[in-house]
Write a protein of this length. Structure first.
Length: 242
């Protein structure tokens, strides 16, 4: 059993997830790097400091989630940090949007996070000060999207992505409220974060921020102690209106 804190980062073979895995390892955590493609996961882990272990993980697969849970249970007996980072963007203009478009977007961005939380919660609750971090998006903010002159409102082809991320923030708040009311889960912190407009494959690398900058809000949360919030939606400057 590991004496260091144990973290799982989904969608971590590149971009934001990769930088979060790197940062957590530097903080002294034992990191499991989740990747749908085992070869890409192994390559990513090889470029990071020990201890980082690649695990095959497609968050839309219940079987994959259960396999990873079994590995964590066998090796560590608990999970201190779960970062639900895996995401997908399928661009469709609202006039052409179908329910199928929404379903495939929600499958990764919302249902995948719920699958991971449901499957791993027994391991999370076994940790002393566990933390679940759901990676949302600034586009999840209704307040910012509807503000006069909003740049987010102009991105009309991301309606499915923004909707899924908004739903993820709501799920985060409800998880936090429900857990706080149950003594056996009250120690579990659940928060949503936005890394800002970072350059990743999801946006064709058009973002103005680096993945390393985007990872800061997650790493700062994980590094916090007894004052760690729960049920918050945060960027690196603090609460995000939503």
């Amino acid at each position: 059993m590991s004496t260091s804190r144990v973290a799982l980062v989904t969608g971590a073979n590149k971009g934001l997830g990769f930088e979060v895995a790197r940062g957590l390892a530097r903080l002294g955590l034992t990191v499991l790097l989740g990747s749908r493609d085992p070869a890409k996961g192994a390559d990513a882990a090889a470029r990071l400091p020990d201890p980082v272990t690649p695990v095959r993980l497609d968050v839309t697969s219940t079987a994959d989630a259960e396999e990873v849970a079994a590995l964590i249970r066998r090796r560590y007996g608990r999970l201190d940090v779960l970062v639900n980072n895996a995401g997908a963007v399928f661009r469709t203009e609202p006039a052409e949007l179908t329910a199928a478009d929404l379903r495939r977007t929600f499958e990764t961005n919302l249902f995948g996070a719920v699958t991971m939380i449901h499957t791993l919660l027994p391991l999370v609750r076994s940790a002393e000060r566990p933390h679940i971090v759901n990676v949302a998006s600034t586009t999840a903010s209704l307040a910012l999207t509807t503000a006069p002159g909003s740049t987010f409102a102009a991105a009309t082809d991301t309606i499915a992505y923004a909707s899924a991320k908004s739903a993820l923030v709501m799920a985060t708040v409800r998880y936090a409220t429900a857990f706080a009311a149950r003594p056996e889960l009250a120690h579990v912190r659940v928060n949503a974060v936005t890394p800002g407009y970072i350059a990743t494959d999801l946006n064709g690398r058009t973002g103005s921020r680096t993945a390393e900058q985007g990872a800061k809000v997650i790493l700062d949360l994980v590094a916090r102690g007894a004052d760690t919030p729960t049920g918050a939606f945060l960027n690196e400057d603090g609460p995000v209106p939503w």
